[in-house]
Design a protein around this ligand. Structure first.
Ligand code: HEM
Length: 217
């Protein structure tokens, strides 16, 4: 469709996942988290699922460093797994293995054979962490009265001075990649897959939500 292909890749990724993004934001667990109604055990269950996912994302990213397109986006300043591991320790959680975690990690592993699809996973998590993640970090600090960044390393990017220009730069690097139309379409499809895999994590957490809700916001 000409209307789609005339968009830049970053515009395609954003508009192609807008409905999925709305669904993610309104999943009961994520909505409760953003409203400050999830307790420490709930937040640990969230981070515990994200840790194996990020370990896989970052392991595959390191291996795909031979791919010129991945090299354009991959940035050590974004790496989150050690921050998540530190936070998990703070919240008293452990890495969690679950069907949704395995499905997500397995899909990321498969992108070793398809670097363009890897980029979709990279975009979905890291641009999310630099966007809604920043909101969640502030909510946690307020609700749990955290000082000195205890427990919220996930949302701090010490090597990134300002988030907004960084995100703009990331989108420009995406748009400068020499991808065919087919590859661009594959990237958009894979962003939808990535959102669905995140939704799988949130569905598991939503099923456990009654045990994680606090009464005060
Ligand atoms: C309560 C949950 C969430 C909130 C409040 C939220 C909020 C936001 C906001 C306000 C933006 C726009 C930032 C900007 O334009 O600079 C954004 C962008 C984004 N979010 Fe979320 N988000 C949430 C959940 C998620 C989840 C679960 C994911 C994926 C796993 C995600 C992925 C993204 C991505 C990839 C972008 C960048 C879109 C683009 O500019 O291309 N978000 N989010």
């Amino acid at each position: 469709m000409t209307a789609v292909t005339s968009m830049t890749l970053s515009e395609q990724l954003r508009s192609g996942s807008a409905a999925e993004h709305r669904r993610a934001e309104s999943s009961s667990f994520m909505a409760a988290l953003a409203e400050g109604r999830v307790n420490a055990a709930g937040y640990a269950a969230y981070l515990g699922r994200l840790l194996p996912v990020y370990l896989q994302l970052e392991e595959v990213g390191a291996q795909l460093n031979t791919d010129e397109r991945v090299r354009q986006l991959f940035d050590v300043a974004l790496l989150r797994s050690s921050a998540i591991a530190d936070d998990l320790h703070h919240w008293g959680g452990v890495a969690i293995d679950s069907p949704a975690v395995r499905a997500y990690a397995e899909r990321i592993h498969q992108t070793l054979a398809d670097p363009v699809c890897y980029l979709a996973h990279h975009y979905t998590r890291y641009l999310g962490d630099l966007s809604g993640g920043q909101v969640i970090g502030r909510v946690l600090e307020r609700v749990f009265q955290l000082s000195d960044g205890q427990g919220t390393a996930f949302y701090r990017f010490p090597q990134i001075e300002k988030v907004k220009p960084y995100k703009d730069g990331y989108r420009s690097r995406l748009d400068a990649l020499a991808l065919t139309e087919d590859e661009q379409a594959r990237a958009v499809d894979e962003v939808r897959v990535a959102f669905a895999l995140n939704q799988g994590l949130f569905d598991e957490l939503t099923a456990e939500l009654p045990t994680y809700l606090t009464h005060t916001a």
